[in-house]
Design a protein around this ligand. Structure first.
Ligand code: PAF
Length: 286
């Protein structure tokens, strides 16, 4: 696996692939890799002859300085995991390489308010930072496709919209959330839970699956949402939201049964706190 720290080294690698007429897919990450990330790499390898991964802890998507400081950084372990997974290249830039003229100058696409709800409301400015860095990474890497996880459904919706608005020449491929055998969505945050907390956390996916059943059986979104939140509460969580939404606009679904919905890609999104850890999950209904 080749490693590039600068834009020049990156360009040499992609130029060689281009000369060999090989297309490449890109997996952007902030490192501290887990099975979820490796699944994105494996999925990309199924469809493209070359796969490049970036590991960059992007300062502009953190709304709190202590969160940025605490973010795990283990580039050596990440590189080893990626090599074993079969990635062809790793782009490992510094902040100076990604932001040579500072971080403040970028314009934002019109995100139609997508960036101000749910995760955007919880972390003001977060999605601006995500759009800013992904735009820069896509420009630098210039891949045919970019592979992202369904786990971050709002990030996916925002980047798809930004890509359309700004004519990014990259196809965004969304890979289903990777789950533990218990159903718990994989996340680096799970490591902050006690062993008992990990067991309880599996309840989230059970509640989501039950909500889907109730929806398919003719239930109305608002009623199922209330039930879902109550179940989470009685299992020991502090639910923040549990909502049926349109996964493209992140607007709430109308309160009518499935048979009367016209939304093409409905999704249940939820955040629930357990042992002081903010757990996020979502459940596509399409
Ligand atoms: O999903 C992430 O890890 C990050 O938000 C991303 C897309 C790598 C941008 O920094």
């Amino acid at each position: 696996m080749q490693i590039a720290n600068s834009r020049e080294e990156l360009a040499q690698i992609t130029q060689q692939w281009s000369d060999e007429k090989l297309e490449w897919a890109f997996v952007p990450t902030m490192g501290a890799l887990h099975q979820g990330h490796l699944t994105l790499v494996k999925e990309a390898l199924k469809h493209y002859p070359r796969v490049i991964v970036s590991v960059f802890v992007n300062p502009t998507q953190f709304d709190r300085a202590d969160d940025l400081d605490k973010y795990p950084r283990r580039p050596k372990e990440d590189a080893e995991m990626l090599r074993k997974a079969g990635a062809h290249a790793l782009f490992l830039p510094s902040v100076e390489v990604m932001y040579p003229n500072g971080t403040n100058e970028d314009r934002m696409p019109d995100l139609a308010g997508l960036d101000t709800k749910y995760e955007g409301a919880a972390r003001p400015g977060h999605f601006d930072g995500v759009v800013q860095i992904v735009r820069r990474l896509v420009q630098a890497v210039d891949p045919k496709a970019m592979f992202m996880g369904q786990k971050d459904a709002q990030q996916v919706a925002i980047l798809k919209r930004a890509a359309l608005q700004e004519f990014w020449s990259v196809e965004i491929q969304v890979v289903p959330t990777v789950r533990e055998a218990s159903g718990l969505a994989m996340s680096s945050r799970n490591g902050q839970l006690s062993p008992q907390g990990v067991d309880i956390a599996a309840t989230i996916s059970m509640v989501l699956a039950k909500a889907e059943k109730e929806w398919k059986a003719g239930g109305r979104p608002r009623t199922i949402e209330e039930k879902g939140k109550k179940t989470l509460l009685s299992a020991g969580f502090k639910p923040e939201y549990f909502d049926f939404i349109d996964s493209v606009t992140f607007e709430p679904l109308p309160d009518v049964p499935e048979s009367e919905q016209h939304v093409e890609k409905p999704l249940i999104v939820t955040v629930a706190w357990l042992e002081g850890v903010r757990l996020i999950d979502n459940w596509p209904l399409y």
